[in-house]
Design a protein around this ligand. Structure first.
Ligand code: SF4
Ligand code: SF4
Length: 421
């Protein structure tokens, strides 16, 4: 760790951490591992112990075991932003820090060229079609392929895609940032968002030149890389006016923080702040439509038990928890299920699932077991990473519970198909 960075961390650590331990029980990594060194208190303690030393592999590895979920900061009486501190520390680490450093590096590079994900989807789908049923349930490869081939394909079985679009309205064009996963891995998200918008006479417009939001780069401590990605998106987005709809909760939280990311750059800070002020997360947008009673609310004839998963970035960073629930409550025939002990992290954590696959799977399965106990017909969320992780959870548990983006639910239930009758 460089000396100025080190002294920054030291002053935050020795000045603020009261060692109260409030952060320990809420930390998903601690809960899965039982090892307190991974909690915020553990990391603060480690920063003190290593304050006069360059970070070695042990330090790097422990700091790599963080989902940046923000749960600790929510309960910290000293209001310490652990995610910021972890990112700051990672910015001083070697390129391939932590376990599976090379895989994380490659994943980050792939996100910088997201068109590669499209090829991965085509290859993954073909491989899934060939291999999915032949691999044993516990096979790691089978779980990865489950991201591409889930049976039944939810919106083909449960919902009839809406074909008709209303025309002639005045709502007009709406700038739309779908994120890499929707654009290259799960194009159905763009389809269902577009269909919902079309029925309200909005025409979603995905600007040319968009790239990855940059969250994975920032989480890896690669701030310059994250800033470059932000600048690329800012250039593309500022060619339009008005709200920017974002259908991924984690991308939204990161775009909303572009102002902070570029705050020290005199050329970019105002442009970044203006973009941050324009972004609107999909559930907030849908809730505003429902408030105005614009979305059709036909009676569904069968009650559907739905579990909504709160993405950590939405819950702890953006504070958006009510809106998706209000959207679901506004749809007829939905019984909303909640966990007794409240929302929990799914363990995906951007590249955390690449760098710490066993811990990630443990956190995922802890959540999945609780969800399954509720016996949902369907699981929904708005973060592409969480959807991916929950799909693999259902495959790991051999449960045929569809995992769909919130827009698919709004799209399907506003026109209930025969299969629900
Ligand atoms: S909750 Fe905050 S003050 Fe308390 S131990 Fe954790 S980081 Fe330190
Ligand atoms: S951000 Fe999340 S994973 Fe990281 S130390 Fe805090 S609670 Fe644990």
């Amino acid at each position: 760790m460089g000396s100025s960075d080190q002294s920054d961390t030291d002053s935050k650590t020795s000045k603020h951490c009261a060692k109260c331990g409030a952060c320990t029980p809420v930390c998903p990594v601690f809960r899965a591992s039982g090892n307190e060194i991974y909690s915020a208190r553990g990391k603060q303690h480690l920063a003190e112990v290593f304050k006069d030393q360059q970070p070695g592999p042990v330090f790097e590895d422990i700091y790599s075991k963080c989902l940046l979920c923000g749960a600790c900061s929510e309960v910290c009486p000293q209001h310490i932003d652990i995610s910021d501190e972890v990112i700051e520390a990672r910015s001083t680490f070697s390129e391939l820090y932590g376990e599976h450093g090379y895989q994380k590096y490659l994943a980050r590079k792939a996100l910088n060229r997201p068109e590669l994900l499209g090829a991965a989807r085509v290859l993954g789908k073909s491989a899934a079609d060939l291999l999915f049923k032949r691999l044993p349930p516990a096979s790691g490869l089978r779980l990865r392929l489950a991201l591409f081939a889930q049976t039944p394909a939810p919106d083909e079985v449960l919902f009839s895609p809406v074909k008709e679009a209303h025309t002639g309205g005045a709502a007009g064009e709406l700038t739309y940032f779908p994120g890499c996963a929707a654009q290259y891995l799960y194009p159905d998200i763009i389809r269902t968002v577009s269909e919902v918008l079309n029925r309200q006479d909005y025409r979603p417009l995905i600007p040319g030149g968009l790239g990855c939001c940059g969250l994975a780069s920032l989480a890896s401590g690669k701030k310059d890389e994250a800033r470059k990605l932000a600048q690329k998106n800012i250039k593309a987005l500022e060619l339009s006016d008005g709200p920017i709809l974002v259908s991924c909760g984690s991308c939204f939280a990161h775009l909303a923080a572009y102002g902070k990311l570029l705050a020290d750059d005199p050329v970019w800070r105002t442009r970044a702040q203006l973009i941050s002020e324009r972004v609107v997360e999909i559930s907030v947008f849908l809730e505003s439509l429902l408030e105005d009673e614009v979305i059709e609310r036909d009676e569904a004839v069968k009650t559907l038990k739905v579990f909504y998963h709160d993405p950590c970035h939405m819950r702890n960073e953006a504070g958006i928890t009510e809106e998706p629930r209000k959207v679901l409550a506004s749809l007829k025939g939905i019984e909303l299920l909640e966990l007794e002990d409240g929302p929990q992290c799914c363990g995906q954590g951007g590249l955390f699932h690449v760098g710490a696959p066993e811990l990630s799977a443990q956190i995922r399965d802890n959540l999945a077991e609780k969800i399954i106990t509720l016996q949902p017909d369907l699981i929904t969320s708005t973060c592409s990473g969480c959807l991916m992780q929950l799909k693999s959870a259902m495959a790991a548990m051999e449960k045929n519970i569809p995992v769909v983006h919130l827009s698919a639910l709004v799209n399907g239930l506003s026109k209930p198909p025969d299969s629900l009758s």
